[in-house]
Ligand binder design. Structure first.
Ligand SMILES: Nc1ncnc2c1ncn2[C@@H]1O[C@H](COP(=O)(O)OP(=O)(O)O)[C@@H](O)[C@H]1O
Ligand SMILES: [Mg+2]
Length: 244
């Protein structure tokens, strides 16, 4: 589904990613971890075609991202849930979902089906279809942001710290929703500050430091080697929501 091989990414003269490689297989849910500034957001932006990579390759279902304009990456089946919700706060729930469906607007008739699937995952949104996004609670806005990303029926979903600012019970709900999306066949690469939560819900994980992968493996194994994870992630991560 996704294969990144040895990429370098720069912001002007500053190198943010150094020889980074990772893969996400068909139907996999993979965590991308690392402390602040490690390069997680940069990695997702490079995958989405929003940042150029100087060397190496990024392939999505065998297509080199460098050859696609950023909007074509969406058409290629990638949805990017960016850090910060970036909703249109003046627009209603339905209008925000409509924007998420933009890349597939020619598929008439599909919109209502996609909405129904989103409302299955997040019933609270259905009760609020005519409400302006900006007037909803933080948790509801985050559900809408996830829902909007799913409107394009992505084959690969990139999620950047979607749990930020959510109450612990909502973080668990968010991960349950992502797991349901994954079960339905969408591959997911998830950047997450709650390491324990991310390792519980994913099959594999990568840990980044200074723009490169320093640790990778099965999530279940990484979760059991907390010393190793602690060494790279520090002890500054927020306290974890308790598992149900
Ligand atoms: N727009 C930018 N301009 C210059 N440097 C940036 C920019 N965005 C991020 N960086 C730098 O790139 C590195 C990786 O950042 P980022 O990918 O945002 O890390 P993370 O998401 O893991 O916290 C950091 O050193 C950061 O300061
Ligand atoms: Mg980030």
């Amino acid at each position: 589904m996704l294969a990144i091989d040895d990429i370098d990414v720069y912001y002007g003269p500053v190198q943010a990613l150094r020889g980074l490689s990772l893969t996400v297989g068909d139907g996999e849910m993979v965590a991308l971890l690392g402390s602040n500034g490690a390069g997680k957001t940069t990695t997702l932006r490079a995958i989405s075609g929003l940042l150029p990579y100087r060397s190496g390759s990024i392939q999505i279902a065998g297509v080199e991202v460098r050859t696609l304009p950023a909007h074509k990456v969406v058409t290629a089946g990638v949805a990017h849930l960016a850090q910060g919700r970036e909703l249109f706060s003046e627009l209603t729930v339905t209008e925000n979902l409509r924007l998420g469906h933009w890349s597939r607007r020619r598929h008439r008739g599909e919109f209502d089906d996609r909405c129904a699937q989103v409302f299955d995952l997040f019933p609270r949104l259905k009760e609020r279809v005519h409400q302006a996004a900006g007037t909803m609670s933080g948790g509801e806005q985050q559900m809408l942001a996830v829902g909007r990303a799913l409107m394009s029926d992505p084959t690969l979903l990139l999620v950047d710290e979607a749990s930020m600012g959510l109450a612990p019970n909502l973080v668990e709900q968010l991960f349950d929703a992502l797991a349901a999306v994954n079960e339905a066949g969408t591959s997911i690469l998830v950047v997450e500050q709650f390491i324990g939560m991310a390792l519980r819900y994913t099959q594999r994980a990568y840990v980044l430091a200074k723009g490169t992968v320093v640790l990778e493996g099965l999530s279940s194994e990484l979760a059991n080697s907390e010393d190793v994870v602690g060494a790279y992630l520090g002890h500054d991560s927020p306290s974890e929501p308790a598992s149900a």
